[in-house]
Design a binder for this molecule. Structure first.
Ligand code: AMP
Ligand code: ZN
Ligand code: FE
Ligand code: FE
Length: 290
């Protein structure tokens, strides 16, 4: 069974429609994917229809923008009731503020001499939950930089960079509570992705675990070998379910879908009851799943 629990569609900053996403998952030999667009569930229905058509299980999810002590972090929420009003309202607030902030980021880029327009960035994003990668695509199109990744430096869009603007983000403890009350489970996304900015401490992860965090991404393209070992150790100590996922974004990133995977045992532990004795820990033995 091949399982990838973190992917993006064109409903946020991925480039594949939810249908195309399921199609590439099938072609990559995956049995299960989770659709985890930033702060939106807009792709769920289309992904569910494609799931039937292609015979790939799709776990409905979202990647929630959070902030802990000034550090930007992402929480993956899975299997929640998207009609729960308070959580739905928060996702609305998060998306609305993404619009406000994207326009300001574009203005900053213009002030820095980049020949991009808000109209074009809006067009690139379409109806998606807008984010920095959409601005990055406009910068590439305008010839300012060569690749989307090149936008994430202090010169442009990286956290604290010249054109960076903060956005509304949830307190992760509130996110845990909203997901729990909506019947879902929460997994900490890429907790040790150092190249994206400051990262949390082991103590901060332990506090989140006590507050109901269920799992944590060990295998992620932005984790080097040392980061994977560190987070695997933290997961083992705290009884968190270790996951592995590609964080696929279509052609906006170079990662392939299914490049990192979650073991069937971890998948079961997340969505069924966690077995006593936790014999599902996958390391050492890499992220290829079984
Ligand atoms: P936003 O949600 O608008 O704050 O943008 C965050 C998104 O930008 C992430 O989900 C990634 O897709 C992308 N991103 C963040 N940091 C980097 C980075 N260092 N290199 C490439 N993409 C990044
Ligand atoms: Zn993204
Ligand atoms: Fe993320
Ligand atoms: Fe992501």
């Amino acid at each position: 069974m091949r399982i990838d629990l973190h992917t993006h569609s064109s409903c946020s900053d991925g480039t594949d429609t939810p249908t195309e996403l399921v199609e590439v998952a099938k072609a990559a030999g995956l049995d299960v994917i989770a659709l985890t667009d930033h702060d939106t569930t807009a792709g769920w229905d289309e992904a569910a229809a494609a799931s039937e058509r292609y015979g790939v299980t799709v776990v409905p999810g979202a990647e929630l923008s959070c902030r802990l002590g000034g550090i930007q972090i992402h929480m993956l929420a899975y299997g929640f009731d998207r009609t729960e009003p308070e959580f739905a309202r928060e996702r609305n607030l998060l998306r609305d503020d993404r619009e406000r902030r994207a326009e300001l980021i574009v203005r900053r880029c213009q002030e820095l001499g980049a020949p991009i327009t808000w109209e074009r960035v809006r067009e690139i994003a379409g109806s998606a939950s807008i984010g920095r990668p959409h601005v990055a695509s406009a910068l590439v199109e305008a010839g300012v930089i060569a690749t989307v990744d090149d936008a994430f430096t202090s010169d442009w869009l990286a956290d604290g960079g010249r054109a960076y603007v903060d956005k509304y983000a949830l307190d992760p403890y509130r996110a845990l509570e909203l997901v729990r009350r909506s019947g879902g489970v929460t997994v900490f996304a890429h907790p040790a992705a150092g190249r994206r900015g400051r990262i949390v401490t082991d103590d901060q992860i332990a506090d989140l675990a006590r507050a109901g965090l269920r799992g944590i991404e060990v295998d992620h393209p932005d984790h080097d070998a040392a980061a994977r070992l560190r987070i695997w150790g933290v997961a083992a100590e705290l009884g968190l379910v270790p996951t592995g996922s590609s964080d696929y974004h279509g052609s906006r990133k170079t990662v392939r879908i299914g490049q990192e995977t979650t073991t069937p045992a971890a998948y079961e532990a997340l969505f069924v009851e966690m077995p006593p004795g936790a014999s599902w820990l996958p390391y050492p033995g890499a992220s290829d799943g079984v």
